[in-house]
Design a protein around this ligand. Structure first.
Ligand code: MG
Length: 214
């Protein structure tokens, strides 16, 4: 273990849990309901929905807010609908094992861009491993910026240099936290970025933590 690191912070989607649940919400459930509501074929509904998503874009907060879309498309209550997709939450094979092991030596925390209504489902079976959960969009009304990470450290009562963060988005999980001095690890499960320093799975994290020299 690394005595200088107090907290390990984890991204959620693409890091601890696959994107299947969210994808099913955005690209199955919403278009299905939209199709029924507006009397369209599923394909046509999907086209219209995608156009609407694109018109907002992932830099704006509404994009992440499932109830915003339910209200905009007149689909009723998102929370009830989401409960029906709980079985689509899938953890990566090493997730539980790694959390258990690292939890013995470090405080574990979540830093996610997913809104809390999603985290409620995504973390259901692993939440007991974490002493705190931060949703940048729900709690701080922003994507995972350097500012978000600064606020997170303040709330955790630690300096950025006492935190390690891991996640699969180069901007939000690596560049932004690294810019304020958090030890940041980019997870690239498919090896898409060609970055030799990126982790391929969470198992590799423990060894790397030991190698950090402060
Ligand atoms: Mg992610």
């Amino acid at each position: 273990m690394n005595a200088d690191i107090k907290v390990i912070s984890f991204d959620v989607e693409g890091t601890l849990v696959t994107t299947e649940f969210s994808y099913a919400i955005w690209f199955e459930m919403i278009p299905q309901r939209y199709a029924v509501r507006h009397g369209l074929e599923f394909e046509e509904a999907t086209r219209e929905i995608r156009k609407a998503y694109d018109s907002v874009g992932d830099q704006r907060l509404e994009w992440y807010d499932v109830q915003y879309w339910f209200t905009r498309f007149d689909l009723g209550r998102a929370d009830i609908a989401m409960e029906m997709f709980q079985d689509r939450v899938n953890y990566f094979p090493e997730t539980s094992r790694v959390l258990q092991r690292l939890g013995r030596d470090y405080k574990l925390s979540v830093a996610s861009g997913s809104p809390r209504p999603f985290l409620k489902h995504l973390l259901r079976d692993i939440e007991h491993n974490f002493s705190s959960v931060f949703s940048s969009t729900t709690d701080f009304q922003q994507v995972k910026t350097a500012d978000f990470y600064r606020s997170m450290c303040r709330r955790l009562g630690v300096e950025p240099g006492q935190v390690a963060h891991v996640g699969d988005n180069l901007q939000f999980d690596f560049n932004e936290p690294a810019s304020i001095g958090i030890y940041s690890f980019h997870l690239d499960r498919e090896g898409e970025t060609g970055n030799p320093a990126a982790l391929r799975n969470l198992e590799q994290l423990a060894g790397l933590l030991d190698s950090i020299k402060v």
